[in-house]
Design a protein. Structure first.
Length: 617
């Protein structure tokens, strides 16, 4: 009995030992499978992994064991352990998989027959679930984190490798782009500081150079000279022979300026027909004036193109640092003021800036402000000077002359503000006001006096260049009711030449409607005779300068007689201006002048006085 109990106890111990050994073996296998990442996802993956480890295809596993032992399951996870396969024993005949551990995949049907292993299976299932499955979930999470770290690390490494491999090309490209950018910036700077036509520095470059020159001169108590050069009558070249020739003229003059270049001198084109010279000068005024005079004289030379010679004359304004300005802007402005003073004084000369010019500028600015409101405040009036028909002695017309009377009663001479009105553009609305007022007054006089006469109105250059000038004139005639044949538009010879093509189109249209055109101040321009055939004029008005001395100068009388004879031969009427003596009138009668006008007959009179004189006649 004791022996039987001892044998049973020995058998139970053996079974317990086997269970313990099997459990331990399964745990080792589970750990090993977890190590090789089996059992981390779906059971299908585990089966394929086991097949790969056993060097068998999935098909071979399922086919080879199904007919003998039933359907092959998969490595168990969780509660599915009992219905799947069991890793149960060491079999030396099977392929070596994990170190010295051998496994056999057993069919589920076979496992069910082994009832004695149910308890073992339960134990193994619990071990597999708590160890294998739970650890697998943690492993999945850690694997995802690790995979993310590895992925980003790989991307960074690849990026660094790409950057490293392309670093040289990238840097080469960068330096190429940088060089191109710097080159373009330099090119833009050069273009911004260079005049494209003459290739001289422009006014921006001149301004910078002058600032530097002033800074250097102030450090050593030196002086800087700014010369503002303007080409006289340049517009005439553009209008007579074209802008292309005008550009050649400017390039020719630019080369001449460059030839005068000396070390320390800066030559630039400020725009249009104006140039600037900047240079250091000595302390002696005589040396400075001699230098300026030499430059002015060197600029005077003819320009030839296509066999035609054009005179080259300039007006210059001069300003000195520190006498005439402390900054570049002040100096340039002072030189410009001096140049304009030279042109106003008759051109072809140079003027050195002085304080009286600055005062003139202040007065001019004040005058400009007053001029802005003069038209709106009805400060303009018209005076009328009669024109006499020489053979009959009758009044055949009037010239309307503009006068500006300020609120304090002071009259401002036209010579002081007409040019200012042209510069500001105010001459256009003022001119149309004059035309409308003159036509209205003439028609009113005609109706009141039952007399027929003409009214002459001066037209400005800006007004004539308006695209709708002819339409405006015809509209005023229609509005006032004045017969177009009683209107005479007076234009200067220089004005017509400056805009010859535009002027001709407008004036021919008006002439077709009956308006007459008078060429005023004839003889003052140097090209009068060459243009007289081209100008659409019906009347030629001889300038007062040719009339003043005809009674005491044989030369003046011969010139006057020649002009009248020439004009009458080309079938145009002649009006002599500025007749102030009876002797002058008698001479003009003797040579057959058509009309006369001047203080000998009457000075310009206000409207009511002029009308009273007309009625008395």
């Amino acid at each position: 009995m004791e022996l039987l109990i001892s044998e049973n106890r020995c058998q139970r111990n053996t079974i317990a030992l086997r269970l313990l050994l099997l459990n331990f073996t399964i745990i080792i296998l589970v750990i090993t499978f977890a190590y090789i990442r089996l059992g981390l996802t779906a059971p299908h993956y585990l089966c394929m992994a086991a097949a790969n480890v056993l060097t068998l295809s999935t098909y071979v596993i399922f086919y080879s064991y199904r007919k003998d032992s039933g359907w092959i399951g998969y490595i168990p996870i969780g509660g599915q352990f009992l219905n799947t396969m069991l890793l149960m024993m060491f079999v030396p005949a099977v392929t070596n998989t994990f170190s010295s551990i051998y496994i056999v995949v057993i069919a589920a049907v076979f496992m069910r027959r082994k009832v004695m292993f149910v308890a073992i299976s339960l134990v193994l299932a619990a071990d597999a679930y708590f160890f294998f499955f739970v650890e697998a979930k943690n492993f999945v999470l850690s694997s995802q984190i690790l995979a993310g770290i590895l992925t980003w690390s790989l991307l960074i490494i690849i990026s660094l490798l790409l950057v490293s491999s392309n670093n040289r090309k990238l840097m080469e490209r960068f330096f190429t782009l940088q060089k191109d950018t710097l080159d373009k910036a330099e090119q833009i700077k050069h273009m911004a500081s260079t005049d494209r036509l003459t290739l001289l520095p422009n006014r921006f470059s001149a301004y910078e150079f002058l600032e530097q020159a002033i800074q250097q001169a102030s450090a050593v108590n030196g002086r800087v000279c700014v010369i503002w050069v303007n080409i006289d009558n340049f517009q005439m070249i553009n209008d007579s022979v074209g802008y292309a020739t005008g550009d050649q003229y400017l390039r020719f003059f630019a080369r001449k300026m460059v030839h005068m270049f000396t070390p320390g001198m800066h030559v630039s084109r400020s725009g249009g027909d104006e140039f600037n010279l900047i240079m250091d000068v000595g302390d002696k005024d005589t040396d400075f004036i001699n230098t300026v005079h030499a430059i002015w004289k060197a600029c005077q030379s003819p320009f030839q193109v296509a066999g035609v010679s054009f005179p080259l004359k300039v007006s210059m304004g001069v300003a000195l640092y520190p006498d005439h300005g402390q900054t570049a802007e002040q100096l340039l402005k002072s030189a410009d003021v001096a140049m304009r003073k030279a042109k106003a004084g008759g051109k072809h000369q140079f003027r050195i800036f002085d304080e009286t010019m600055r005062l003139d500028q202040l007065y001019k600015r004040k005058l400009e402000d007053a001029l802005q409101g003069a038209l709106a405040q009805n400060q303009f009036t018209l005076h009328f000077q009669k024109q006499i028909h020489v053979p009959s002695g009758e009044v055949k017309g009037y010239e309307a002359l503009l006068r500006w009377q300020q609120p304090d009663g002071v009259y401002i001479p036209p010579s002081e503000w007409i040019q200012l009105a042209e510069e500001t553009g105010l001459i256009v609305p003022i001119g149309y006001w004059v035309l409308q007022t003159a036509c209205h007054t003439a028609r009113k006089w005609q109706i009141a006096s039952q007399m027929s006469f003409t009214i002459s109105v001066n037209i400005s250059a800006l007004q004539l260049m308006q695209y709708d000038f002819a339409d405006q004139v015809l509209a005023i005639l229609e509005e006032t009711g004045l017969d177009p044949r009683h209107l005479v538009l007076e234009l200067t010879e220089t004005l017509l030449i400056q805009s010859l093509e535009t002027s001709t189109n407008h004036l021919n249209l008006l002439r077709d409607k009956g308006v007459r055109i008078a060429l005023d101040d004839f003889g003052k321009g140097f090209s009068s005779l060459s243009y007289i055939k081209q100008l659409p004029a019906d009347i030629i008005k001889i300038d007062k300068s040719f009339i003043d001395h005809i009674d005491d100068s044989t030369v003046d009388r011969v010139i006057m007689e020649s002009i009248i004879s020439l004009v009458q031969r080309i079938d145009k009427e002649v009006v002599a201006e500025g007749v102030e003596k009876q002797e002058q009138l008698l001479i003009l009668q003797a040579v057959g002048c058509d009309f006369v006008q001047g203080y000998y007959f009457s000075k310009p009179l206000p409207e009511h006085q002029a009308f009273h004189a007309l009625v008395q006649v």
